[in-house]
Write a protein that binds this ligand. Sequence first.
Ligand code: 3HC
Length: 298
Amino acid sequence: MTISKVGIIGTGTMGLGVAQVCASAGHDVIAVKATPGPAEKAKDTVAKGLGKMVERGKMEAATRDAILGRMTFTGDENAVTDSDLVIESIIEDLETKKALFRRLDQVCRPDTLLTTNTSTLSVTAMMSVCQKRDRVAGLHFFNPAPVMKLVEVIHGFETSDETLQKLETFCNGINKDPVIVQDTTGFIVNRLLVPYMLNAIRMLERGTGAIETIDHAMKAGAAHPMGPFELADYIGLDVVEAMSMNIYMDVRHEHHAPPHTLTRLVQLGYLGRKTGKGFYDYSAKPPVQNPQLQRPVI
Ligand code: 3HC
């Protein structure tokens, strides 16, 4: 079985980015909006992103139209039952994901590969509610999905070698670089990246340097495209906090627990770029350090 038809459940930033990547590589894609509301809005988001590439001369209008033509947007979860591969990209809540996997396992074709794009939750826990477990795995993309090359292919406890091989081939076919990783909390990238961002926040709390200074140091000194605070704001501070908590709950080492400043910003609804304020204030052009963080956060 080669993978031709891909079902994506969840049309947030990651779900839509992955849907766009798959359709750009020639796959038929069914994108399912997992929460109430019009699914067509998701199509507008993708069309807008592709439209910008056409405007900048990076893509032909005909290519954009062909990509959009391969994408179907719906609110009906059952539309994915005939897919060769399903990639779940819904809310990062284990019980919600398990309930979805239980349903998918029952309604999808027996040879449909069922995967999760979770950042830090257990693939094996999602697999545990399925009858046919050998076809369940993780397929973890990075934001922005159309740009970032890596996909972590997660080996759950009962994932078969055949499933992993098919997923690896699929990733190569959509122009990504897959790595196979065992199912440990945070896999490779988030397990390294989350403590890195947490350490930067603790460094700020200790007064080692200002936000812009620490970011500048990591860009100029370690050739990172973004500093740790820019990156945290880009990912979303609620997401960073949730990833931190998931890793902490697994290893129970305080080093992985969310620092106070992160928790406070999330409590206040300052979630980074998506809310206009986080470690930076994005109402200024270019963004400036959030002035509220110039004094200690209590
Ligand atoms: N969709 C499609 N293309 C995009 C894009 C998006 N959302 N954002 C940027 N691009 C493209 C641009 O079109 C441009 O393409 P071009 O070179 O062909 O013109 C290229 O990427 C560079 O974009 P820009 O010039 O606008 O901006 P930058 O050069 O500053 O790059 C960036 C932006 C790619 C986001 C870069 O800053 C970067 O790589 N940052 C680090 C991102 C990162 O680490 N992501 C991983 C986060 S962890 C994660 O996702 C795990 C999850 O589980 C939380």
